[in-house]
Design a binder for this molecule. Structure first.
Ligand SMILES: NC(=O)CC[C@H](N)C(=O)O
Length: 395
């Protein structure tokens, strides 16, 4: 503005890409430096749920929506089961500075929340340019660094970004899944009432926790289930010992092929045992691998809350929440495995079912959190399969 003194703002955070590109901005959240894969998320709301989704482990999320943080942070909107481990995104990038929170649910400023979780943040950069870079070049490996003193050893950060091997080949599920069995009873959040618990569960579901989101478990409890959450490495015998009505294979971070080393033999046994099986995201990818399919790394991945997906079993289109950087190669699915859903953005596989068995899965996130709730019907589909099984057994 005319007449006003202009002082240059000091760089207090940087994003250093593995190709040597340095993007300078201002720090928010935790100080320090951490490596990860940079991906863009197009959701307009739900930043706390996004940043706490364990599937973002070892990832740095750049938000395409320019104003993140306006509604502050609250203790309810985190999706990871084990916040003590701070699993979820390691870094966050926002276009604008985080403003003072304004929302009746806010318990604090996003900056303080990011600090408490150890998430390194960067603001004030051209997030459109970064998103266009990812669209053109794929998701880069990078180091995000924040120092209020503004001191950065750029050469060392470049070397670190270049040396990080990236997500391909990484089994991250074993780091974010529960270490011990846990029982989950909480039902979905209700306006003015918050969370409640299932009182008299009608179903028992075992959820194999590769990095599950809380809202998946809540929705299952909302359908009358009690959920036993078991570690990602639980054996089929351990799982079946709970006498589950159904088994759920959760979402989670990392490369499905790496986690598949121990998950695939277990899932194959579960399929043989004829127990109703439902998978979401990483759970979908692992099920595809168990059935003889293949997964592949995507170019820019799908991260957002506005993706159109078609359910070919009903010919309905749903607008869904997405968060994945790998995909099931549809042409790798063997005979007997039907492709049920496809992305209408790029035609990639978004669902499958196994003929003759109560087994199905989807790539997208029917639990939303954040995002539209169009795909909630998939939980009903799971409990319908369970009811059918029960009726058959009783006959
Ligand atoms: N949300 C998820 O479960 C992600 C699955 C897997 N890690 C991927 O990136 O594709």
């Amino acid at each position: 503005m005319a007449g006003e003194a202009w002082t240059e703002r000091k760089t207090t955070a940087v994003l250093v890409l593995a190709d040597g590109t340095v993007i300078e901005g201002y720090g928010v959240g935790a100080e320090g430096a951490t490596e990860g894969e940079v991906c863009f998320n197009t959701a307009l709301t739900g930043y706390q749920e996004i940043l706490t989704d364990p599937s973002y482990a070892k990832q740095i999320v750049t938000f395409t929506f320019p104003h993140i943080g306006n509604v502050g942070a609250n203790p309810d909107d985190h999706e990871d089961l084990t916040p003590a481990n701070s699993c979820g995104a390691v870094g966050a990038i926002f276009r604008a500075d985080v403003t003072a929170p304004s929302n009746y649910r806010s318990a604090g400023h996003l900056d303080a929340w990011l600090k408490a979780r150890g998430i390194v943040g960067l603001t004030g950069i051209d997030t459109r340019a970064l998103t266009a870079f990812i669209r053109d070049n794929g998701m880069p490996n990078a180091v995000i660094a924040h120092s209020e003193a503004g001191s950065f050893d750029i050469d060392a950060l470049k070397a670190r970004a270049k040396a990080w091997p990236g997500i391909v080949g990484l089994d991250l599920a074993k780091h974010v899944g529960v270490a011990e069995n846990a029982v989950w009873k909480e039902t979905p959040w209700i306006w003015d009432a918050g969370y409640a618990e299932t009182s008299e569960p009608r179903y028992r579901v075992v959820a194999v926790d590769y990095g599950t989101k809380r809202n998946i478990l809540r929705l299952m409890c909302g359908h009358g289930a009690e959920v036993v959450v078991v570690p990602p490495t639980a054996s089929a015998e351990d799982i079946l010992a709970h006498r589950p009505d159904g088994v759920f294979l959760s979402n989670g971070p990392g490369d499905p092929a790496a986690t598949g080393a121990y998950a695939v033999p277990t899932i194959r046994k579960l399929i043989e045992a004829d127990v109703p099986l439902f998978g979401i995201c990483l759970g979908h990818q692992l099920l595809a691998l168990a059935l003889g399919g293949r997964t592949e790394k995507m170019h820019q991945g799908h991260h957002g809350a506005n993706h159109p997906v078609k359910d070919y079993t009903t010919n309905k289109v749903e607008i869904v929440s997405m968060n994945h950087g790998f995909a099931v190669a549809a042409d790798s699915l063997p005979t007997g495995v039907e492709e049920t859903h496809r992305s209408l953005f790029d035609g990639s596989n978004c669902g499958l079912r196994l003929s003759g068995k109560p087994v199905f899965s989807v790539q997208h996130h029917p639990e939303a959190s954040p995002g539209p709730q169009d795909s909630h019907y998939l939980f009903q589909r799971f409990f319908d399969l369970i009811d059918e099984r029960r009726a058959k057994k009783a006959a």
